[in-house]
Design a protein around this ligand. Sequence first.
Ligand code: ZN
Length: 189
Amino acid sequence: MGDQQSPINIGRTVTTPDLVDQLEIGWRPDRFSVRDGPDGVRLVPLGTHTAHLSDQAYRLANLHFHRPSEHWVRGRPMQAEMHAVHLRVDDRLHACVIAVFLDLEGGPGEDGTGEPPTEVDLPALLPDGGFHRYEGSLTTGEFTENVSWVVMREPVVVADGGLRAFVRAHADHARPVQPLNRRFVLTTG
Ligand SMILES: [Zn+2]
């Protein structure tokens, strides 16, 4: 393993407002197939969802969840975290993971049964506001340092009771936070 590992504690950041123009997320509501792998349950979209980060095009490969969150904010974990893993369209060797902190308490209605959801309203899981950016690694498997991380600053309230129950029952564990070393975390301010 190298010195650019994930997750990290997000503490001091460097504010760069120009970053906001460099991220475009093209998510739509979609259906998902459920794959139960060695790293946990992965939801694989049936349709195509793209994200552009700094002129690079990425395509959504899977969604999965961690509880508590893997990234910490100012020394503390959040309730839960969604990872939307996108692979670079050119070569599929580099990933852009869009991470969203989840609020499992504030949503309406009853929780579901805990079964993996087969439909997800992805745009409803994208909070308003800015994001953090840093270069890091996968947090499972080989911990490969090929990930451009986008960590949304604001948590999103999960309105889908089925998804809330699934994350409570079956989310992956969190890898401990790793040293930042010589990296910077950029933020949109
Ligand atoms: Zn993950």
